[in-house]
Structures are given as C-alpha cells and as structure tokens.
Design a protein. Structure first.
Length: 120
C-alpha cells in the first residue's frame, strides 16, 4: 500500500487503484480498501514500528519519565495530525505491550525471510 498522501492524487486521477493494505486495520484515507487479512491472508500484516530504546542500566526513575513523556507525545494533537495526514494511524504501545510485539513480529519476519531463502 503506497503512502496515502503520495497515492491520493493518482487514485483521484484514476491512474492508480489501491487493492489492499497490509496493516491490521483499514486506513481513514482509503476506507473502502480492505486489508490483506480481510481478503483471507491471515498471516499478512506489516507495519512501521518505532520505539524508544535505552540501555538496560538506565535508572528506573529515568525510564519512567521517558515512558510518561512518550505516552504524552503520542497523544498530542500535532502528532496525531501528522499521522492522519500521512494516511497512517497510531497504535501506541507501552513497554509491557511493545516488547513482546517486537519479539513476535521479528520472529515472524525472520521466518518469512528464511522461507524465501534470503537468510541462513
């Protein structure tokens, strides 16, 4: 799925037809475009993930402060507006959810890459 901002004009001009997106949910800029999961490809999901990582030796008060700050940033109107303008959505996860997500997603991607023979 191309970025909505980039593809929107081409879709509007009839030069491009969006068939599906690879996210877990439909995106607001293309509400009629199904996800690949909706089309029956249950194991297909790709997202852009970003996280805030630090050394394991960071003092707990610093870790707490960083987590609280990131949670607030992800709720800020400017950040939300930027995500919406790009045709994306925010799926913020705190550390308890993000750590297992990264581990599971990495394992899934490694398995897929091994299956197509690109990693030994």
């Amino acid at each position: 799925m191309p970025c909505a901002k980039c593809a929107g004009a081409q879709v509007d001009d009839g030069k491009l037809r969006v068939l599906a997106n690879w996210g877990a949910q439909r995106i607001a800029s293309f509400p009629d475009v199904p996800t690949l999961q909706e089309l029956g490809y249950k194991d297909v999901e790709m997202c852009i993930r970003a996280g805030l990582f630090g050394q394991s030796t960071l003092p707990p008060p610093i870790v707490s402060r960083l987590r609280e700050a990131m949670a607030q940033v992800m709720k800020s109107p400017g950040v939300i507006k930027t995500f919406e303008a790009s045709g994306s959505f925010i799926a913020y996860q705190g550390a308890p959810e993000f750590s297992p997500f990264v581990a599971q997603d990495s394992a899934r991607l490694i398995a897929a890459i091994r299956k197509i023979g690109r990693v030994e």
